[in-house]
Design a protein. Structure first.
Length: 219
């Protein structure tokens, strides 16, 4: 669209400035919308994919999503969690999140963390472990996607002393597709081992039994 650029007249600079602002708004650069006929053979073509609802750029013969806000969620398990039987896998049940976006608990199964979009996700897990016996207790933690354990992902820790605790953590990059769910599994060699949550005291805040952060890195 061709528009006449407004010029100042006399001393009416405020009026001219308002007209210029309106004019700049009408000629702002908009991304071309991607259609089915668009080709990605040339790298660096920036477009808007109206169907998907995000910008894309051509790279190596494919249009790739530019992640503007990829989705995130931070979850805690405030209370302790125990295992009903030894050497048996259980899922950590996290409390309802706040401030999350496109990553949430499953509405019918709070053990499952569901993602809205395809992509690679940075998953950071921490857990406080406690042994309530004088015998050694082995703890195991690992992620699973849609019920399938992630290969080479297990954390293994042995606690020796009665009443001893330790915090373990690990970060993963996991590939998930839309509507898949993530579970954090744990198991113990003895039911004397627990995921340990502590209430706040007079000088320090509470310590959760487990925390889980999930952030989408890219499509």
């Amino acid at each position: 669209m061709t528009e006449y650029i407004p010029t100042p007249s006399g001393d009416a600079w405020q009026t001219w400035a308002r007209r210029l602002s309106v004019y700049l708004g009408t000629i702002r650069s908009l991304l071309a919308h991607r259609t089915a006929s668009e080709s990605a053979t040339e790298d660096g073509i920036l477009m808007w994919d109206a169907t998907a609802g995000y910008p894309v750029i051509s790279d190596n013969n494919a249009f790739r999503q530019i992640v503007v806000e990829g989705g995130h969620g931070h979850f805690i398990r405030a209370a302790s969690q125990t295992a009903a039987a030894a050497d048996t896998a259980y899922s950590i049940t996290y409390d309802a999140p706040t401030g999350n976006y496109n990553v949430d608990r499953d509405g019918s199964n709070p053990e499952r963390i569901v993602v809205t979009e395809n992509g690679d996700y940075l998953v950071t897990l921490t857990a406080e472990l406690k042994n309530a016996s004088a015998s050694d207790v082995t703890f195991y933690l690992w992620p699973a996607i849609n019920g399938t354990n992630e290969a080479n992902s297990r954390i293994t820790t042995v606690l020796h002393n009665n009443g001893s605790t330790v915090v373990v953590s690990r970060a993963y990059i996991l590939t998930m597709t839309a509507n898949q769910y993530l579970e954090i599994k744990f198991a113990v060699s003895s039911t004397s081992g627990t995921l340990n949550g502590n209430s706040a005291n007079s000088f320090a805040p509470a310590s959760p039994a487990s925390t889980l952060s999930v952030a989408r890195l890219h499509a």
